[in-house]
Design a binder for this molecule. Structure first.
Ligand code: IVH
Length: 671
């Protein structure tokens, strides 16, 4: 393809991809399959690779992959990002309306009422149709340019095609937020990987926008809603009209807005959403009431740092008072100790609350929470209820401050420097932890022993039948005992023993994952299985060797090393070997990523930097395939020294031919 043709094609591919992106992420109405989308995407990626002069920072291909960045630059806002006057009182909303009328000397005011999204403000700047800057609010006057992360928010358009000629330059402001369901998923994944969980969707969103690794941002699935449009190119009439312009240009805007002619209309909207907000898949903390006419907004002006033409009515976060009966300590599989409030049951937002999160020791100390106190429990942006205050007026005399014990179930607990949590001391183990470890080992994504659930494990451990994961494989010696349990018969016992037997076929990566090494989730387990022949070579690796593996970070490497330093863990592994679990690789490379999905590679000639097997392994890990024969369908032919006839065939078929160094570059571009 010549350059001018390629230029045309790149332009049309970008436009297609941007269109489908919007249909998928903004309109939730895709019209082509993911496969088709990927095909277009790959074509654009390939063209940009072949014609680097056609690549741009604002291409749809820039939404994936990419290098971590060093930091953000701070940039001044065109107009300060103001805050809103907040109120919890309806009288003050009525006052606001009265003041607007008085000040404008008219009764002819319309208000646009919107939901107040509980997220993080962002300001997006477009120039000649392209996203140019994405600023955080910062101190209101200057913010950080987080454009590399903004590109990973799929609802943020990179390029605007439609009414573009009208506006050379414009700014859009909105709120970045996270769906409750995505927040919960993220936290449960973190929990199973032994990482600390996050407090609420808003804080997590704020933290995500400041991450230095854009590819991590992609995983968080952040959302956007826009509520502000400003341009120097055109006179703007009203808030509602701005909303429509935004919608037309492809920005996500909330449909839950209402044009109100009087205060009663406003109250009706407030009442509706005070109830209906519980059904929303994300958090809102109130409604925003804005004078609709831009002219009237300008006439009203601003005081200090808030406009006089808008006010936020915040919903009362529902709070109830109840007695703190006890503080229990939950032990996670990795030995993390989390304090949980055991409450006198109380109804909050329609559900009975018996427990609330206490996060960690500092939280308990800061609020001076003591067992026996009357506490305020709130369900706000947190989803999980939390304690926000102690009612000191009701505090009984002689309530003692809460101190973490030095041990739980005979296992010592410790809080290390710079850690918020207590952990079970390495080497010590508590019954709860034993149960969690066994449950994890048996879980679906590890050994997949589906009959060995929480209840069964708990009973087996309580009756001293199994004390570690290896004991699972001796269960057949205890069938007589289990048969005596309530509700158990020959059939169910056989099912349990069969499932255990079957689990021995689980692959190396599943066994590694099942071991429950801190920070080693499913992905890292696959990476380890691909890089080591067997468990002994992992055990014998030093930290540096582990770190040298791509995708194994410092923390992971240290954790793996520490795990195998423990004699009891080594003993466990030796037992598992006796039971013939797959503690070795079956030499099938496991796909850990999908950047090369659908691509086939043929190697011909001698490679100098690596052997053929390693090259193929890299391809397979990234989701591609190695084949032996060249055909029209071959995506790449990698040519080394003294290539064979495959090279000629590749030239005849006009295929993509890569030298060894180009191949390495291609693979590295995904790292
Ligand atoms: S308008 C000058 N509309 O709330 C007013 N803000 O407390 C500009 N927010 O900084 C903001 N939803 O981050 C507006 N529908 C909405 C909003 C909204 C959430 C946030 C925004 C703003 C903060 C003010």
């Amino acid at each position: 393809m010549d350059l001018s043709k390629a230029t045309e094609r790149v332009k049309s591919l970008k436009s297609e991809l941007n269109k489908h992106n919007k249909l998928y992420y903004v309109d939730a109405n895709p019209i082509i399959s993911d496969r088709k989308y990927d095909k277009l995407f790959d074509e654009l990626k390939d063209l940009e690779k072949s014609y680097p002069q056609l690549a741009s920072k604002i291409s749809p291909t820039q939404r994936v992959g990419g290098e971590p960045i060093d930091g953000f630059t701070t940039i001044e806002h065109n107009k300060p990002m103001l805050s809103l006057q907040n109120t919890y009182s309806r009288e003050e909303v009525a006052d606001f309306d009265r003041k607007c009328r008085e000040s404008l000397d008219t009764d002819n005011i319309q208000y646009l009422v919107e939901l107040k999204f509980d997220g993080v403000a962002i300001s997006l700047h477009y120039k000649n149709g392209f996203l140019e800057k994405a600023l955080t609010r910062g101190d209101g006057f200057k913010g950080d340019n987080i454009i590399s992360n903004a590109k990973r928010i799929m609802q943020i358009p990179l390029e605007i095609e439609s009414p573009r000629p009208k506006y050379d330059e414009f700014e859009v402001r909105g709120e970045v937020y996270m769906l409750n369901s995505d927040f919960i998923k993220l936290n449960s994944k973190r929990e199973s990987d032994g990482l600390q969980t996050y407090m609420n969707p808003r804080n997590t969103t704020a933290g995500t926008l400041k991450l230095l690794d854009p590819s991590e941002v992609s995983k968080r699935k952040l959302k956007l809603t826009c509520y502000y449009f400003d341009t120097i190119n055109s006179k703007l009439n009203s808030q509602l009209e701005n909303n429509n312009i935004l919608k037309e240009m492809g920005f996500p805007v909330s449909n839950n807005i209402k044009l109100c002619n009087n205060i009663d209309d406003i109250f009706e909207f407030i009442n509706t959403w005070d109830t209906k907000r519980k059904e929303l898949p994300f958090e809102i903390d109130g409604v925003v009431i804005k004078v609709n006419s831009i002219k009237q907004q300008q006439d009203l002006g601003q005081i200090a740092r808030s406009p006089k033409w808008a006010i936020a009515y915040k919903f009362e976060t529902e709070t109830v008072e109840t007695k703190l009966l006890d503080i229990s300590l939950q032990v996670g599989r990795q030995g993390t100790v989390t304090p949980v409030a055991e409450l006198e049951p109380v109804i909050l937002s329609g559900t009975t609350v018996r427990r609330a999160s206490l996060y960690n020791e500092d939280y308990i100390n800061e609020l001076d929470i003591r067992i026996g106190d009357y506490v305020w429990v709130e369900k706000g942006g947190e989803i999980i209820p939390k304690i926000t205050k102690v009612n000191l007026d009701k505090r009984a005399e002689n309530l003692e401050t809460f101190n973490f014990p030095s041990e739980i179930d005979g296992a010592k607990i410790l809080r290390k420097e710079n850690e918020a949590h207590y952990y079970i001391q390495d080497g010590d183990i508590s019954t709860i932890q034993i149960k969690k470890a066994i449950e994890h080992f048996a879980s679906r994504n590890a050994m997949n022993i589906d009959t060995l659930g929480e209840k069964v494990v708990s009973k087996l451990v309580d009756e001293n039948i199994i004390l570690n994961i290896a004991d699972i494989y001796t269960l057949y010696n205890h069938t007589d005992t289990i048969l005596k349990w309530d509700g158990w018969g020959e059939k169910s016992v056989k099912k349990l023993i069969d499932a255990i037997e079957l689990s021995k076929a689980q692959t190396f990566d599943k066994v590694i994952y099942g071991l429950g090494i801190r920070y080693i989730g499913e992905g890292a387990s696959k990476v380890l299985a691909n890089n080591f022949q067997n468990i002994d070579s992992i055990i014998n690796s030093d930290i540096e060797t582990l770190k040298s593996i791509n995708e194994i970070g410092d923390k992971m490497a240290e954790s793996i090393h520490a795990f195998f330093q423990s004699n009891s863990n080594i003993e466990l592994i030796n037992k598992l070997k006796l039971f013939e679990l797959k503690l070795f690789s079956d030499n099938k490379i496991i796909q850990t990523r999908n950047e090369l999905e659908g691509k086939t590679f043929v190697f011909t000639g001698e490679l100098s930097e690596m052997n053929r097997k390693d090259a193929a392994k890299m391809v397979i890990e990234l989701g591609g395939k190695e084949t032996k024969t060249v055909s029209k369908k071959t995506s790449y032919v990698v040519v080394g020294e003294k290539p064979g006839s495959k090279f000629q065939k590749a030239k005849d078929l006009d295929l993509n031919i890569l030298s060894e160094s180009e191949f390495i570059k291609l693979i590295e571009s995904f790292k």
